[in-house]
Design a protein around this ligand. Structure first.
Ligand code: GLY
Length: 343
């Protein structure tokens, strides 16, 4: 009987894997078969190239993936990026509000949302994880905690670019809660639904890393949608939506229209699909397919992208629209990869 049960289990799981693979065309993936001492870091958008360099310094010195993903995205939080950190575009009332999350190899996780005037929300998220019995702190409570932990409170001031973008947006003050879509921006120029412009027009940095011990961690940080409604929070600080890590399977992080990522618990969905045998790229594609089917014709108006890393060191990504790219850093290469897309 045990033999028969094992056979049935194997057939069942094999069948699920085959069903899940149906309609998925073979895709090129970055693969570095995992051996100990063979770390890797990946992150969203071209800003990930610089962020990966900071993460790599830690990984190459046999540091923890958790430290790598924190230090990596701090680079983007400090830069004058339109959509990450205090240099980012404000909400429609003129205030920059930040969301971030972090997760390690043992399901420890922490996040902050609607945090103002703190330079490194990712580090506050890590303190929430390490110093409180909670997973998430928001708003003035998160800021109070950050100050108590010794994070400096910064001046309430928009960066020159954000100031310019906000002034431009105020001319119409049109409320269109749609995240930036790279290829539409190239077509339509700076006057996009979000009013954002420039080559840094990416909404989030998400980073995943595997360290020399084979442990995975992930981080995600953003200012969310430009000119959003005050109090709006997207997927990035929500564990399971913007970020999820299961060391026995893999990790995923999301970028794009937060509401539609939350709707399907996007990052958790991708990790579960990998658990059932899909490769990182197939899993990302399947989750995107789910969003496209839910949104129907409106899928054309939004951008969502996932990047994923499994515990064998294979990576993949998939986006609704083209022009999404992600940065990869391994022992042998450091490059930007154009993600496949639905449209
Ligand atoms: N993905 C970032 C956001 O929607 O806020």
């Amino acid at each position: 009987m045990p033999g028969r049960r094992k056979f049935l289990q194997t057939s069942l799981f094999g069948g699920i894997a085959v069903l899940l693979r149906k309609n998925i065309s073979p895709l090129t993936e970055v693969e570095q078969p995992f051996t100990k001492g063979n770390p890797i870091v990946i992150s969203t958008w071209n800003t990930g190239l610089e962020a990966n360099k900071a993460a790599w310094k830690i990984l190459v010195a046999n540091g923890r993936a958790l430290d790598a993903v924190e230090e990596g995205v701090k680079v983007t939080e400090t830069s004058l990026n339109c959509c990450v950190g205090l240099g980012a575009n404000p909400d429609r009332d003129g205030f920059v509000t930040l969301d971030a999350s972090i997760m390690d190899e043992s399901f420890n996780c922490g996040s902050v949302a609607f945090l103002e005037r703190i330079m490194h929300p990712i580090s506050v998220a890590r303190r929430v994880m390490e110093k409180t019995p909670h997973v998430m702190l928001v708003g003035s409570g998160a800021q109070q905690f950050a100050i108590a932990e010794g994070f400096p409170i910064e001046e309430q001031k928009l960066s020159p670019d954000a100031h310019k973008n906000y002034e431009q947006w105020l001319k119409t003050s049109e409320y269109k809660p749609v995240i930036n879509i790279e290829n539409l921006q190239k077509t339509h120029g700076p006057s996009t639904p979000t009013g954002q412009s420039g080559e840094f027009n990416h909404d989030t940095i998400g980073m995943l890393a595997m360290d020399a011990n084979g442990n995975l961690s992930g981080s995600c940080t953003t200012s969310g949608m430009g000119f959003k409604m005050r109090g709006r929070v997207g997927d990035s600080p929500i564990i399971g939506a913007g970020l999820f890590v299961d060391n026995s399977v893999g990790a995923c992080v999301a970028t794009g229209q937060g509401e539609d990522i939350i709707r399907i618990s996007g990052s958790h969905t991708v990790v579960e699909l990998m658990r059932h045998g899909l490769s990182p790229q197939e899993a990302c594609k399947k989750a995107i397919e789910r969003i496209v089917k839910i949104k129907k014709a409106k899928a054309k108006e939004i951008q969502v992208a996932f990047i994923a890393l499994n515990n064998k060191g294979q990576v993949g990504a998939f986006a609704i629209h083209k022009e999404f790219d992600y940065a990869v850093h391994t022992n042998t290469e450091e490059k930007l990869i154009k993600s496949p897309s639905w449209f």
